[in-house]
Ligand binder design. Structure first.
Ligand code: TPP
Ligand code: MG
Length: 790
């Protein structure tokens, strides 16, 4: 960094004129106090009812207060969107409290039921949180995909090109850079040449357990440069720069530059006398330096030596003002974990809390009188009007712009579905999308697809041929230009509606998270659809969970699934995904067997994805197995049953002793077993389960309501379905997945169940051998039923 830090006043102006640096410094003190107090209050003032530790991260907060105050009070504009590192949540709450968007009640209930959340949460903290965070690495990387989403909207004219684009800003802990998903995101979004992205790294050189490896960060800086980012390092504050210009200053600068992280941190904890002793011992002959040190008393020396750039308001503002262009920019900001607190620098401070004695001393140092801890104006060294004026002048402080809304896209009563006699659900999915593309209109224009290098093999080829690949710049198809025959037209342009990703599944889910928040982040609704192989859901599972936690809205289509991809072998066979589908909040899963079921489920899903209050995302577990399609036209009741999770292919007689239930690709096996059994056991039923997730969860929602004494008359869909069976009837369930995913059906009305499915690693073979081996073929189903009948 340039030694002569330009005065921030010159670099910045606000709506009301020049920056009031003193007021910003005062706000930072208040934010640091409020964040520390909020955590202290939750742990030491609010009585504990169950003895369980409350916790919080005072040191992680103090590390970021200057940077966040500068951002929120000065640098951010209303169109900018921010992901705050999870452990700085109290800092965000404090800032929003000063803005008037967060209440004292919620702060008093920090980490308590209904109070401010431990980590920023879009759904639970309210409109001032742009991105939830918690699982480190994901909050940073999602901003890359938000930048990509913004580009997608701007280049299509959905967002006006006249409007200044928002900057997607991530406040990142330095240890987050250990997460592999960071590099996956940097590489993939480099390919897309994204813009308007800032990552601000809180380089306190500490993680949870200890110190961050300093050599590692040299590599990290190079990595960002390699992917074309601006890399701006903010190392020293104004006081240190001034000291470097004094006689002896050069020696001081060399010493601090050479100081290992661990030594620096330990001295930061120990204080002024320790700094002096260490520097003098290291450089015994530098008389000018010794004189320089002598001009500071211990307290002033400590203040000087911890004056890193990330704690100097002037330096921080200056740094943010020096971004040369709209390319992605990383700021490596040197900070002290626990800055200004008695915990500072200690390697064990991550979850450390000030004890009541330390807190009392801190309170006194902050000049906050007892009883006025929550008062924003208590203990100010400037007058309150000036303090408030600086808060009011913040360009970001415009509640009206907090969270966007977007109107719903109209979905037709029926999706196009060309009738074929044989098809797989995967193929039908491709055809339905292809036909939507052909029909055109709002639905087609608002769908955006994305896939981690499995576009063609998940059947998106037809859609992409029609709608093209998205890219910032027009790029032709070299193979087409040279007249090389190919089924795929890979034309890239800003109009394209398919975002091609590399193989990393984390990026798929982060991209879906960002695209699926477009209506809230940018006020423009998209209907994102992502495709991948079903087993690799597990590869990106934390990112999928993260996308759902944020209430992003998307459709994930996973195919092939189960052991039905047979010859491709055990490595690609998914087993537990039906249970992931059932267990993942915010995501409704379906596993249909036939094209007409799929078309209705997709139509319903497009509505569900847009339902702001009761909606969510959708996971379709599909198959590559070609099945004979039933000759039928679905009536309204059937359609409704399909999306509610199941319908009788053969309704049982009243009092029937037995029913078979199946999902997805095993429809023919279940039907064959049914035929063989029906002769011996007339009246048995055959149940198609299109969504075990919906059947189970709708039933359980009702059961929970019943626990409160409400809604005694209502019946869940699955209760209605199973109603005709005799009290002592038996069920045989079968799914190409973990059998527990259907075994619960017996609990609804107390029926015994024989659950068939797969609960061991698969292996190569054709479906005939494999279904026999894993006992999910027609014979096994019939045998399970016959055993019951004895
Ligand atoms: C994926 C994931 N793994 C582990 C954790 C537990 N954890 C929380 S914070 C943290 C260390 C964070 O260090 P850093 O990012 O440097 O933050 P700071 O020093 O600013 O507190 C860890 C390991 C987590 N939140 N998410
Ligand atoms: Mg750290």
């Amino acid at each position: 960094m340039n030694p002569s830090v330009a005065l921030a006043q010159e670099a910045h102006t606000t709506r009301s004129g020049a920056v009031d640096l003193e007021a910003l410094v005062e706000i930072e003190r208040k934010v640091r106090w409020l964040a520390a107090w909020t955590i202290h209050h939750a742990n030491h003032v609010r009585p504990s009812r169950d003895g369980i530790k409350v916790g919080g991260h005072q040191a992680s907060c103090a590390s970021l207060t200057t940077i966040m105050t500068a951002l929120y009070m000065q640098v951010l504009r209303s169109q900018d969107r921010v992901a705050v590192k999870p452990h700085a949540s109290p800092v965000l709450h404090a800032i929003e409290y000063l803005f008037g968007n967060q209440s004292r009640e919620k702060l008093e209930r920090f980490r308590a039921f209904g109070g401010a959340q431990s980590y920023p949460s879009r759904t639970k903290d309210g409109d001032f949180v742009d991105f939830s965070t918690g699982s480190v690495g994901l909050g940073a990387a999602v901003t890359n995909f938000a930048a990509l989403t913004q580009d997608y909207l701007r280049l299509k004219g959905m967002l006006s090109a006249d409007q200044t684009p928002g900057r997607m800003v991530a406040l990142v802990g330095d240890a987050e850079l250990d997460e592999g998903n960071i590099y996956e995101a940097l590489l993939d979004t480099w390919k897309h040449d994204i813009r308007n992205l800032w990552w601000i790294i809180d380089y306190n050189r500490q993680s949870l357990d200890g110190m961050v490896n300093e050599q590692l960060f040299r590599l990290i800086g190079r990595f960002f440069r390699a992917v074309g980012w601006n890399v701006i390092t903010l190392k020293y504050g104004r006081k240190l720069y001034d000291a470097f210009t004094q006689p002896g200053g050069r020696g001081l600068k060399n010493w601090i530059n050479d100081c290992p992280n661990e030594v620096y941190s330990a001295l930061t904890f120990q204080g002024g006398a320790a700094w002096r002793a260490q520097i003098q011992a290291d450089l015994p002959d530098d008389a000018a330096l010794h004189n320089l040190l002598a001009s500071y008393d211990d307290a002033a020396l400590h203040d000087l030596m911890t004056n890193l750039g990330g704690h100097c308001m002037e330096a921080v503002l200056d740094t943010f003002a020096r971004v040369p262009n709209d390319l992605p920019t990383v700021f490596i900001c040197y900070t002290v974990k626990g800055h200004g607190l008695p915990l500072q620098g200690h390697k064990d401070n991550h979850a450390g809390l000030m004890n009541p004695r330390q807190m009392a001393a801190f309170q006194e140092a902050m000049a906050v009188p007892a009883g006025r801890e929550w008062d924003p104006y208590a203990g100010l060294s400037i007058d309150r009007q000036r303090f408030q004026a600086a808060i009011d002048a913040a360009p970001f402080n415009r509640p009206a712009d907090l969270r966007k809304r977007a109107p719903r896209i109209k979905i037709p009563q029926e999706l196009p579905l060309a009738v074929t006699s044989k098809s797989s659900t995967q193929e039908s999915f491709g055809r339905i999308l292809n036909d939507i593309a052909k029909q055109g209109g709002d639905l087609a224009d608002r769908i955006v697809t994305t896939s981690p290098d499995v576009t063609v093999s998940t059947n998106l080829g037809g859609w992409v041929n029609q709608r093209g690949l998205f890219h910032r710049r027009e790029q032709g198809d070299e193979f087409r230009a040279r007249k090389v025959p190919s089924a795929q037209k890979w034309i890239r342009s800003p109009q394209g509606q398919h975002i091609e990703l590399g193989i990393a599944e984390n990026n798929l889910f982060l991209n879906l998270a960002a695209l699926g928040l477009s209506h809230n982040l940018f006020g423009e609704r998209l209907l994102p659809i992502g495709t991948l192989y079903d087993p690799f859901i597990a590869r990106g599972l934390d990112a999928l969970n993260y996308a759902c936690y944020q209430d992003a809205r998307f459709m994930v289509v996973a195919t092939p699934s189960g052991i039905t991809l047979a010859p491709e072998g055990g490595a690609h066979q998914s087993i537990s995904t039906p249970m992931i589908g059932m267990g993942q909040p915010g995501l409704i899963s379906f596993e249909p067997s036939y094209a007409d079921e799929l078309a209705e489920i997709m139509r319903w899903s497009f509505e569900f994805m847009q339902d702001e209050t009761a909606g969510g995302s959708v996971y379709l577990r599909l198959s590559t197995r070609t099945l004979d399609q039933p000759e039928r036209r679905l009536n309204a009741a059937m359609k409704s049953a399909i999306v509610k999770g199941g319908y009788w292919r053969h309704a049982p007689a009243q009092g029937a002793p037995m029913a078979l239930a199946y999902s997805g690709a095993l429809a023919p096996e279940a039907a064959a077993a049914y035929q063989s059994l029906a002769e011996r056991m007339p009246g048995i039923g055959l149940l198609a389960v299109t969504s075990t997730d919906r059947l189970y969860n709708d039933w359980q929602d009702l059961e929970r309501l019943r626990l409160t004494g409400a809604d005694q008359d209502a019946m869940a869909h699955v209760e209605d379905l199973l109603e005709p069976l005799a009290a002592g009837a038996r069920l045989v369930t079968v799914i190409d997945g973990h059998p527990a995913s259907l075994a619960w059906l017996g609990a609804v009305r107390g029926h015994a169940v024989a659950p068939l499915g797969v609960n061991a690693f698969g292996q190569c073979g054709d479906t005939i051998d494999l279904y026999r081996h894993y006992q999910i073929d027609a014979e096994a189903i019939a045998a399970a039923a016959a055993r019951f009948a004895k």
